[in-house]
Design a protein around this ligand. Structure first.
Ligand SMILES: Nc1ncnc2c1ncn2[C@@H]1O[C@H](COP(=O)(O)OP(=O)(O)OP(=O)(O)O)[C@@H](O)[C@H]1O
Ligand SMILES: Nc1ccn([C@@H]2O[C@H](COP(=O)(O)O)[C@@H](O)[C@H]2O)c(=O)n1
Length: 210
């Protein structure tokens, strides 16, 4: 089974993806990390984020062993990722990696912006996670502070809104819910309640197929 999770920045996709994968014994891929890794490599090498040829080359040489680098989580790299991810040829260079991950046994959960629409249009279950921007900013701020970083909630909110706007309005694989996605608003749900709601969605789809 393939579970596709999409949604705007800091809506809880990764948290939910990890928990669903654990629940079902599936593998999990946070696809945002891939774009973050491309952006970080370009910045580290001193290239412009819009240098298409270098960005594609970097995308084709990515080393998944480096996806755990702590700097990938920063706001600076997230913002850079949303610039580089708007380049269609960069996205194309990353499609096979994501589809191969999705196809492997015993099942997979992928989260991102275009999983249900482009990467896995035939996913068994599609969930589009949303939450109020203020709620997302609050959670992201608390998360950064828990890591010992300084975070200004108003700036975090501005970054989230700017990134969502860029991701929604790009021509290639824009952020949007697939027509057959189940929208899950977790603004008023804690993590456990959000996970329960998502499992209920998956189980309802499974029951329909029996
Ligand atoms: N339902 C929830 N209730 C409270 N906090 C939550 C909930 N879901 C996620 N969080 C917290 O919100 C923050 C953002 O969650 P997460 O990193 O999973 O979002 P994301 O959508 O994967 O973000 P990104 O767009 O950066 O990939 C984290 O600190 C996480 O612990
Ligand atoms: N499937 C995806 C996943 C991510 N992006 C872009 O990467 C940025 C960072 O993603 P996070 O999930 O780690 O926040 C994001 O803002 C998108 O621009 C993407 O395009 N497609």
């Amino acid at each position: 089974m393939i579970i596709a999770i999409d949604g705007p920045a800091a809506s809880g996709k990764g948290t939910l993806g990890k928990r669903l994968a654990h629940h079902y014994g599936y593998r999990h891929l946070d696809t945002g990390v891939i774009y973050r890794a491309v952006a970080k490599a370009l910045l580290d090498e001193g290239f412009d984020l819009t240098d298409e040829a270098r960005a594609v080359a970097v995308a084709m040489e990515l080393d998944p062993e480096k996806f755990g680098h702590p700097e990938l989580k920063t706001q600076r790299i997230g913002d850079a990722a949303s610039v580089v991810s708007a380049i269609p040829s960069v996205r194309e260079a990353l499609v096979n990696f994501q589809r191969q991950f999705a196809a492997g046994p015993p099942g997979a959960v992928l989260d991102g912006r275009d999983i249900g629409t482009v990467i896995c249009p035939n996913a068994d279950v599609k969930i589009f996670v949303v939450a109020d921007p203020q709620v997302r900013a609050r959670r992201r701020t608390l998360e950064a502070r828990a890591r010992g970083e300084e975070a200004d909630e108003a700036l975090v909110l501005a970054d989230i809104l700017k990134r969502d706007e860029r991701d929604r309005n790009r021509a290639a694989a824009p952020l949007k819910a697939a027509d057959d996605a189940h929208v899950l608003d977790n603004s008023n749900l804690d993590i456990e309640a959000g996970v329960r709601a998502a499992i209920a969605i998956v189980e309802a789809v499974r029951a329909q197929r029996k």
